[in-house]
Design a protein around this ligand. Structure first.
Ligand code: ADP
Ligand code: MG
Length: 383
C-alpha cells in the first residue's frame, strides 16, 4: 500500500523532535501494554478488542495470515494509526495520543522506505541530523550502527548500489541509530531470498540480544516466528488467538486455527465421556489436560506419529490403517495412511540406512502409534 511508504518517510523525518540523551550507552527497554484496542475500516474489523502485554526487552512476534491485522497493530504501536478505542502504554506512560515522533520507537518497514538519493550514511544519520546531533558525534554513531548491522565502511555508498539484503541492513541501522527503547519491524525480511533470510533471522536475533530493546516483529512465516521469538502472538481476523512461547504454541495450540497455522497436523474427531476420550472403540491415553469444549479433536503432528511393526497390539494409542502414499523427501519420508473410518493421517519419519528399503508400499496395512505425551486434545471449534 503506497501510504505505508509515506509512513516510513514520515517516521524518519519525525525523529527530530525527540529530545533524548544520546550520550548514554545502554538502552533501557520498556514494556508495552495494549488494552482493548479496536480499529475498524468500514465493515472490516482490522483489530477486534486486542489486549497484549509485551515484556520489557522481549522479542515478540505477531504471526498471522495476510489481512489478519498485524500491520494495523504495529501502526497503532508506532502511532501512525489511531485506534477507535483502547489504550496503549509504554512503561507507565499512556501514549495513545502521543505523536509518532515522540514515542521513542524505531521502525523497519517491509519496503525499507529509504531515501534513494542519499548515501548510506545520509540515510542512517537522518534521524540524528534532524535532531542536530553534532557532526563528529553523529559520524561516530552512524559508523557504530553500520558496524552493528555488518555494513562498516559502507557509509559513502549510494542506496541504488546495494543489494536487497544490504538495503534491509541500512533500514535497520537507521532504526537503531538513536537507540530507541522499542523496535518495531514489519516483515523486514520478506523481500530477501531464502538463504539470506535464514541468515538474517539469526543475525536479527543476535542483534536483539546485544541491544536489548523491546521488539515487536511481524511475519506471516511460521518458521521465521518460531526461529526468532521469545513469544508469539498468533493473530487472525483482528484477534489474538494465542500468545505463548514457540514450544507451547507448537505442542499445545489453543485451538485448531493455531494448530493448523503452525506446523502440519491431522485432526481426528473424538468423543468424550467424562475424562475418557474415545476414538473408534479405543479409549485414548493422554497426559495433558482436556480443554473445556464441545468440539474436541485429537491433533496429530506427523513427526510424532510412529510406524510400529504391522499388527502390533502392545502399547497405547494404536491406529490401524492402509498406506495410501509414501513419499521420499531426502531428509525424511512422508507417509499418508487411511484409517478404518476413512480419516487420512500423515506420518513423517527419519531416514537412516535401510529405512527406504523397509518402507511400506501403497496398499500395505500399517500400524501407527502415538505416545500418550504426544496425544494432544484441542478445541476443534475455532478454525
Ligand atoms: P496484515 O498486516 O496482517 O496483512 P493489515 O493490518 O494490513 O493486515 O490489514 C487488516 C485488515 O484491515 C485487512 O482486511 C485490510 O484490508 C484492512 N485495512 C488495513 N488498512 C486499511 C486502510 N487504510 N483502509 C482500509 N482497510 C484497511
Ligand atoms: Mg502487513
Amino acid at each position: 500500500m503506497p501510504d505505508r511508504y509515506a509512513a516510513g518517510r514520515r517516521w524518519a523525518r519525525s525523529a527530530e523532535l525527540k529530545d533524548k540523551d544520546l550520550t548514554q550507552d545502554t538502552i533501557s527497554a520498556l514494556p508495552i501494554t495494549v488494552r482493548n484496542v479496536t480499529k475498524t475500516y468500514g465493515a472490516v474489523h482490522a483489530l477486534d478488542n486486542v489486549s497484549l502485554d509485551v515484556k520489557s526487552g522481549e522479542f515478540l512476534t505477531l504471526l498471522g495470515p495476510s489481512g489478519s491485522g498485524k500491520t494495523t497493530l504495529l501502526m497503532v504501536l508506532a502511532g501512525f494509526t489511531r485506534p477507535d478505542t483502547g489504550s496503549l502504554k509504554f512503561g507507565e506512560a499512556e501514549v495513545i495520543r502521543t505523536a509518532p515522533h515522540l514515542r521513542d520507537v524505531g521502525m523497519v518497514f517491509q519496503n525499507y522506505a529509504l531515501f534513494p538519493h542519499m548515501t548510506v550514511a545520509g540515510n542512517v544519520g537522518y534521524p540524528l541530523r534532524l535532531r542536530r546531533v553534532p557532526k563528529p558525534e553523529a559520524a561516530a554513531r552512524i559508523e557504530r550502527a553500520l558496524e552493528t548491522v555488518q555494513l562498516g565502511g559502507y557509509g559513502e555508498r549510494r542506496i541504488d548500489q546495494l543489494s536487497g539484503g544490504q538495503k534491509q541492513r541500512v533500514a535497520l541501522a537507521r532504526s537503531i541509530v538513536f537507540e530507541p527503547r522499542i523496535l518495531l519491524m514489519d516483515e523486514p525480511l520478506s523481500a530477501l531470498d531464502k538463504k539470506l533470510r535464514d541468515r538474517m533471522q539469526i543475525e536479527l536475533r543476535h542483534l536483539h540480544e546485544k541491544l536489548g530493546m523491546t521488539t515487536v516483529y511481524v511475519t506471516h512465516d511460521q518458521r521465521e516466528a518460531l526461529t526468532m521469538s521469545d513469544r508469539i502472538a498468533v493473530v487472525n481476523h483482528g484477534k489474538i488467538m494465542q500468545l505463548a512461547t514457540p514450544q507451547q504454541l507448537y505442542d499445545l495450540p489453543a485451538n485448531r486455527f493455531v494448530a493448523d497455522f503452525i506446523g502440519d497436523s491431522t485432526f481426528i474427531p473424538v468423543t468424550r465421556s467424562g475424562d475418557q476420550v474415545v476414538y473408534g472403540d479405543t479409549a485414548l491415553e493422554y497426559t495433558g489436560a482436556l480443554p473445556d469444549t464441545a468440539t474436541l479433536v485429537l491433533m496429530v503432528r506427523p513427526e510424532r506419529l510412529r510406524l510400529v511393526p504391522q499388527g502390533a497390539t502392545e502399547g497405547s494409542n494404536l491406529f490401524q490403517g492402509t498406506a495410501s502414499e509414501v513419499v521420499y523427501q531426502g531428509d525424511s519420508y512422508l507417509m499418508y495412511a487411511t484409517l478404518a473410518d476413512g480419516t487420512e493421517i500423515s506420518l513423517r519419519g527419519a531416514i537412516r540406512g535401510g529405512t527406504v528399503s523397509n518402507l511400506p508400499k501403497v496398499g500395505d496395512p500399517v500400524t501407527l502409534a502415538l505416545d500418550p505425551a504426544d496425544t494432544v486434545l484441542i478445541d476443534g471449534g475455532q478454525t
